[in-house]
Ligand binder design. Structure first.
Ligand code: ADP
Length: 182
């Protein structure tokens, strides 16, 4: 059975990686799909996030990484996947995740959302938190896969402490990318 793990992954954290690794034990194949979320202004381009996930999941044989601009169920149908994999950290995630699962069910009745509870050591972890720490010069090596820590370091190295870096945008490959982050 194929599972899609959709998300913004801006950037991928050890919490995301934990869900991917555990998903790989449950499903024949896990396709991690980086989606453009119009409500979030990303730091990394879709291309960069896809590449970061590829480099972080090299040890897993049944993972594929892709990116898509559209509905998750459209992508799932395209790949003949019947499962959407999502992670749950706290009650705060639950309301939105449940709403999304119900919405996706109305769009495609044969696709199920499966939730994996976060591992306790990653329950506090989010991509936003990682960016917040990096913005103020803190180390994020213990929170993200190693290749990502390097990218984050490069990204924030030239930015004054407390300020947001300008996102790296390749308009040729990513014409719909927003130009500023919050
Ligand atoms: P989205 O914009 O779709 O919420 P995210 O990259 O923020 O994308 O999250 C993708 C999925 O990973 C969501 O289901 C989210 O709850 C889950 N997730 C994020 N961080 C963690 C974590 N630390 N532990 C477990 N699941 C997580």
């Amino acid at each position: 059975m194929i599972a899609i793990y959709p998300g913004s992954f801006d950037p991928i954290t050890l919490g995301h990686l934990d869900i991917i690794e555990r998903g790989c034990q449950l499903f024949d194949q896990v396709i991690v799909v980086v989606f453009r979320n119009p409500n979030k202004k990303p730091l990394f381009t879709l291309q960069q996030r896809t590449e970061q996930i590829r480099r972080s999941t090299q040890h897993l044989t049944n993972v594929e990484v892709d990116c898509f601009d559209g509905l998750t169920v459209t992508y799932a149908r395209m790949r003949q996947a019947k499962v959407l994999l999502r992670g749950l950290r706290a009650v705060s995630d639950f309301e939105m995740e449940l709403q999304m699962a119900h919405t996706n069910k109305t769009l495609s009745d044969d696709i199920e959302t499966v939730f994996l509870a976060t591992s306790t050591e990653h329950s506090f972890l989010s991509s936003s938190l990682v960016k917040e720490i990096a913005r103020f010069g803190g180390s994020v090596h213990h929170l993200v896969p190693q290749p990502v820590a390097l990218d984050i370091h490069k990204c924030y190295a030239k930015t004054p402490v407390g300020e947001n870096p300008t996102p790296m945008v390749d308009l040729k490959t990513e014409p719909f990318m927003e130009r500023q982050i919050e």
